[in-house]
Write a protein that binds this ligand. Structure first.
Ligand code: PDD
Length: 290
């Protein structure tokens, strides 16, 4: 994998080898910070404004004061892509923490947030997009503020690891049988021509790709119903799919070892994948090649 040497650190561009963090850093010790993952296609951002808006919403929710403006931040991120000469498909990872200070749960005074961002190449997973993936179901063991894109991801990590150990791609999370989302993506169920997904409450992350899907359904003429579905609705589903910046719109073809219908990606999922490719200006069209 190509390594892109320039990283953004405290609004400065430096070589990745010179990034140093002290022992006492709030993200390392408390997970006290927030992050974003932004998709890049052919060197251009996809859904940048949505990600930036969510980042500032997360900052506000954890009372983190970040003095860089949205406009400045977008300029810095664009320059990061240019300085690294990233012209292919990729992603930016960025995080902001409450800073470096002697360990104490109470917020430190007069401490600047730590902020960094870096780019990585990320080819589209055409195999998954075309054929779909298998997933497991798993209890949602997270806190009550999942709308914040916080660095505290241990329950997500454990759920995804359990999925991985069972040869699966994702874990569909549920609270007492009600499906919230997946460990790192949003999830949708199609039944009788309608798409069902959990409403954007505090219990799920308000996905940027989900926001795009809200636009696509209008074009495609499908109803998106913001109503939660249950674990036991899954086996009766016509289609199931998930969405995220790294997974795009990925069909789910098997849940806990049971096929969804004939175990092939559904028609509505395909229409949305097509709308996604158009919206993201993706040149090679996955759908026509299927
Ligand atoms: N994950 N739900 C959770 C819990 C997520 O972590 C993500 C994204 C999503 C989808 O959000 P979006 O459409 O804005 O990417 C939903 C990123 C990709 C990650 O943590 O790597």
């Amino acid at each position: 994998m190509s390594v892109f040497p320039v990283v953004l650190s405290q609004s400065k561009f430096i070589h990745r080898d010179s990034v140093k963090y002290p022992l006492e850093e709030r993200a390392l010790q408390f997970g006290d910070g927030i992050y974003e993952v932004i998709r890049i296609y052919n060197g251009s951002f996809y859904l940048l404004d949505e990600h930036i808006d969510r980042l500032y919403r997360s900052a506000e929710a954890i009372k983190l004061t970040f003095s860089v403006s949205k406009t400045e931040l977008k300029e810095l991120l664009s320059e990061l892509v240019v300085r690294n000469n990233l012209t292919e498909d990729g992603k930016i990872y960025m995080q902001i923490t409450r800073g470096s200070a002697p360990r104490d749960h109470i917020f430190p005074k007069n401490v600047e947030p730590n902020f960094y961002a870096y780019v990585q190449a990320l080819p589209r997973n055409l195999q998954n997009l075309k054929n779909g993936v298998s997933v497991i179901t798993h209890p949602d063991e997270r806190w009550q503020n999942c709308y914040i894109k916080s660095l505290n991801l241990l329950p997500n990590v454990l759920a995804k690891q359990t999925a991985f150990e069972q040869g699966c791609y994702e874990a569909i999370l549920h609270r007492d049988g009600i499906v919230t989302e997946c460990s790192s993506s949003n999830v949708y169920l199609v039944k009788d021509g309608k798409i069902y997904t959990h409403p954007t409450t505090r219990n799920i992350l308000h996905g940027c790709v989900r926001m795009a899907i809200e636009r696509f359904v209008a074009d495609v003429g499908i109803q998106l119903v913001e109503e939660p579905f249950k674990i036991h609705d899954i086996q009766e589903a016509d289609e199931l799919f998930l969405s995220s910046s790294t997974s795009e719109i990925t069909p789910i073809i098997m849940v806990d070892g049971q096929k969804i219908q004939d175990g092939k990606p559904g028609e509505i999922t395909r229409k949305l994948q097509k709308a996604y490719e158009k919206d993201a200006n993706i040149l090679e069209n996955l759908i026509t090649n299927v």
